[in-house]
Write a protein that binds this ligand. Sequence first.
Ligand code: MG
Ligand code: MG
Length: 284
Amino acid sequence: MGLFNRDRCEGKTPEQLAGMRTAGLLVARTLELLSAEVRPGMTTLELDTMAETHIRDHGGVPNFQLVPGYRHTLCTSVNEEIVHGVPGARVLREGDLLSIDCGAQVGTWNGDAAVSLLVGGPDAGRPEDVALVEDTKESLWCGIAALRVGNSLYAVGAAVEDSLTASGQRRGREYGIVEDYVGHGIGTSMHMDPQVPNYRVSGKGPKVLEGTTICIEPMVVLGDQDNIVLDDEWTVVTRDGSRAAHWEHSVAATSTGLCVLTALDGGQARLHELGASYSPIDAA
Ligand code: MG
Ligand code: MG
């Protein structure tokens, strides 16, 4: 496939979407488990081991390990780390802002999702961090709700950005949206074309096709979005040391509506609140 195809969406059949839902549900359940188990005093490597065991016990393969040079199941990004934090001996402390990114392949198909949370619960976090986590999650759902067959894929990023502008204004701050890393298509591999910007871009953009599956994943910071990669060659941190949040879902678009493949309820509740059509996909 040449550069020519980089911006095209690909459609999947109902059978293929059922496989995608199976993989997405395994990722959803793994993140649910980790979110319930994380606590101060744990290392990020303990979370990684828990995730790998859960995925393999349920018939999946940790697809992050299929990325050349990466040996872990998760990315665990703490505080000023935006994405691609490598699990290790770091001990989580009360009030840390932790982003957990997780993926699994089941059979042919892949899921990929991320959550952000405050270690020790929201009460343990700085108010601005709690707001950042909530507002980033809200922007993800606004981006999801803007996905529609026949429309431009770029509507997603515009909705993410508008949501964060509104949240920021409400809170009297200006959030930074990271532009160096973007969402992506997903299917037989975790990372596929097209790129999915989490911010407004000019141009027509690829058209969303029947059965398109993409990952939407806003990375949002309290300060400036400028970032650097640490010497481990993975961990992306804010240059100004401000804290970051990252939320992600894998989503399927069909002419009857959306299914959030990595949400336990398929997104039914939130999509309803946002006025978007929900269209269930049963796991294979
Ligand atoms: Mg991810
Ligand atoms: Mg992703």
